[in-house]
Design a protein around this ligand. Structure first.
Ligand code: TNX
Length: 485
């Protein structure tokens, strides 16, 4: 490793006259309220390092920059160099572009053990990413222990077999799969993340993607039209026809779930999903239709909106904020809701223009379950191609918002890793890295417009220093040369 700074993500400003020398190990930190939240100033000299942060998070991000300057030992579990590290004597001034710099990990489709989640928090923090969005429930699994509804994990956390891959022919892994986090596991995850200035955003997906819950408590489904033939935790991918019934009892049930979720996750935002709710059952169910009339609603879209609005108010009363996938726009967006935009840009633009906060994560750009190279060599042949360069050139502020006052409503961006076909930590690593390093730079650094971004320089920093850091961290990233044979 050279002593050139080669920082990722790139800082706002770096002054280096080429001088480097030994690092004394002395680090002096302080909070300087004249700096913005999360901002920091770092000076490294023969006297050691000084970090001033706008707040504790700023100091912490400054430490992450120093860590990169200190070389590979700073990324190993134990140092192997005997000499003090040679560091560039630099001054760095830095502040993030976006407040929400995230990564979504789908632990529902495949359960990832607690230690793997903790490790991801370390990896995020090293890249100045500050949100871990945990997709905790889906048709194929329920991963959070809820004390008052034990069957959610006794039944909902396990499936009898798993479809292998997305393609034809249909192949099955006949081994049961499952797992869940106890409430103490999740408290530990939250505490570990907090120490690293990462916020964990829990997602409880409703009213679609709820088959694991319905398998555990069939009364949550639409009794008059329930698909009883498949009343088990889903073993195939795709979207289950069963959705939650729009009843008061179901609202109470999920309030109970969310009460326990709030108790574990102190962060402001709670994700309630809202994606891909198939409304055929509501159309077919006389009970649901009666409900629509009773509530004075127009159609099934408004029925979904009625459910989301309920939880929007319920969360607001408890000092929290609802965030959901962009389908929550259908039938009218709840007053306080923030929107996570995954279907291109349109929903994000509409929500921002209506004054709602938006997190941009379009599947056309930053879905890390999608392949990262053209051709048929990738181990998980799914989705569009998003190369490292594509992700680097992703611009979270949609063109139609850029330069308008609504642009500030884009509070950030994240990359999403769905795990239908990423069934263990090695696969997750391969899909996530190095692309998450590019996303981190997009989220943190003030990069020019996509066409003017200096990808060559990013690639140079990756090659000169960052791949080696990932190696030292033990990340099974995709090599620039492609998948291993
Ligand atoms: C769409 S993105 C989904 C997920 C799938 C993913 C596969 C979103 C809100 N829903 O349920 O896992 O596509 O890429």
């Amino acid at each position: 490793m050279t002593t050139e700074p080669n920082l990722i993500p790139r800082p706002s400003r770096i002054d280096w006259n080429g001088e480097s020398g030994p690092f004394t190990g002395d680090v002096r930190t302080r909070v300087d309220p004249s700096l913005a939240p999360e901002a920091y100033r770092l000076t490294v000299s023969s006297g050691g390092a000084e970090i001033a942060g706008g707040d504790d998070a700023g100091v912490f991000w400054g430490r992450q920059t120093l860590r990169q300057l200190r070389g590979l030992d700073a990324f190993r579990r134990a140092p192997i160099e005997r000499e003090p590290a040679t560091v560039p004597y630099v001054t760095v001034e830095d502040a993030p572009r976006f407040a929400w710099r995230g990564f979504m990990l789908d632990v529902a489709r495949h359960f990832l053990p607690k230690d793997d989640v903790l490790r991801y928090i370390d990896l995020l923090a090293a890249h100045k990413l500050n949100v871990l969005h945990l997709h905790l429930t889906d048709d194929q699994g329920w991963r959070v222990e809820i004390e008052r509804y034990p069957r959610l994990t006794e039944v909902g956390a396990w499936r009898r077999r798993t479809r292998m891959g997305w393609g034809e022919p249909l192949l099955w892994d006949e081994r049961p799969h499952g797992g869940f986090y106890t409430r103490d596991d999740l408290r530990e995850i939250v505490a570990y993340a907090a120490q690293r200035h990462v916020t964990v955003v829990p997602e409880i997906d409703l009213p679609g993607h709820s088959q694991a819950a319905i398998a555990a408590y069939p009364e949550l489904g639409n009794a008059d039209v329930l698909d009883t033939a498949s009343l088990e935790v889903m073993t195939d991918w795709g979207i289950n026809p069963n959705v939650l019934a729009p009843t008061e009892a179901v609202l109470r049930f999920y309030e109970g779930v969310l009460e326990e979720v709030l108790d574990i996750f102190p962060g402001r935002f709670v994700h309630i999903g809202g994606d891909e709710c198939r409304k055929d059952q509501w159309r077919a169910s006389p009970t649901a239709q009666a409900r629509i009339r009773e509530l004075g609603l127009k159609d099934e879209d408004e029925l979904q909106s009625w459910m989301i609005r309920h939880f929007d108010r319920w969360l607001a009363e408890r000092g929290r904020r609802l965030i959901g996938w962009d389908e929550i726009l259908e039938g009218g967006l709840a007053e306080g809701a923030a929107v996570m935009c995954w279907r291109w840009y349109r929903g994000g633009v509409a929500a921002a223009q209506a004054g709602h906060d938006v997190v941009m994560c379009p599947q056309q750009e930053v879905y890390l379950d999608h392949v990262q190279a053209p051709g048929d060599q990738e181990p998980v042949p799914f989705g569009w191609v998003h190369t490292l360069e594509d992700v680097y050139r992703f611009e979270p502020v949609p063109p139609s918002l850029a330069g308008t006052p609504h642009a500030a409503r884009v509070i950030g961006t994240q990359a999403n890793l769905w795990t239908e076909v990423a069934e263990n930590r090695a696969r997750v690593d391969y899909q996530a890295w190095p692309r998450l390093a590019a996303l981190a730079e997009v989220a943190w650094s003030r990069l020019p417009a996509p066409d003017e971004r200096d990808y060559d320089d990013f690639e140079r920093r990756m090659n000169a220093a960052h791949y080696a850091r990932l190696d030292a961290l033990g990340v099974d990233y995709r090599r620039p040369s492609g998948p291993r044979p």
